[in-house]
Unconditional design. Structure first.
Length: 168
């Protein structure tokens, strides 16, 4: 297993639209293992393939307290179950150190495939519903900072650009 490099905002590769996964093989399983390890190591609760510069529609999530309930979603889509929104202070491994309040549908029905290609459905509420929507956004080239004001986004952008210059 290996730890993958996580792209950080405003890297333009985070804006790519991911392609559907069509091959369910050992290579995909290795990628899933690496993504889970990378997410846990970074103490994140979700990671989309886009964030590790793989432009395929797959993501991993673990919203459990102990980080022992990993879930994999391949080619995920969701349907909004009611009009109610919930607010969370969202963060992102690609926007390290910043948290902003984002409103999203409170409950969704997810449809996705597992590592073997089997289709499954899941009703998600609360943090899991928010997390899955945040991660699916990544597959469509979107980030949580797209939901906040331009001024705030620019401020985050310039702070991260400064950080990147320091470490380059
Ligand atoms: Ni994220």
């Amino acid at each position: 297993m290996s730890i993958l490099q996580i792209l950080e905002f405003p890297d333009p590769r985070l804006r790519k639209i991911a392609e559907p996964v069509t091959v369910f093989d050992g290579k995909l399983e290795v990628l899933i293992e690496d993504m889970l390890e990378t997410m846990h190591e970074a103490q994140g609760i979700g990671l989309a393939a886009t964030q590790v510069n793989v432009h395929k529609r797959l993501l991993v999530i673990d919203v459990s307290e102990n980080g022992d309930s990993p879930r994999v979603y391949i080619n995920p889509t969701f349907e909004i179950l009611d009009d109610e929104l919930s607010e969370y202070d969202e963060g992102c491994l690609s926007v390290p150190g910043f948290y902003e309040t984002v409103s999203r549908p409170r409950a969704v029905k997810i449809s996705a495939q597992d590592a073997k290609g089997e289709v499954f459905e899941q009703v998600a509420e609360g943090i899991l519903a928010t997390c899955i929507q945040h991660e699916i956004d990544h597959l469509d080239g979107k980030l949580f900072v797209d939901y906040i004001s331009t001024l705030k986004r620019q401020r985050i952008r310039s702070k991260l650009e400064k950080e990147h210059k320091k470490t380059a």
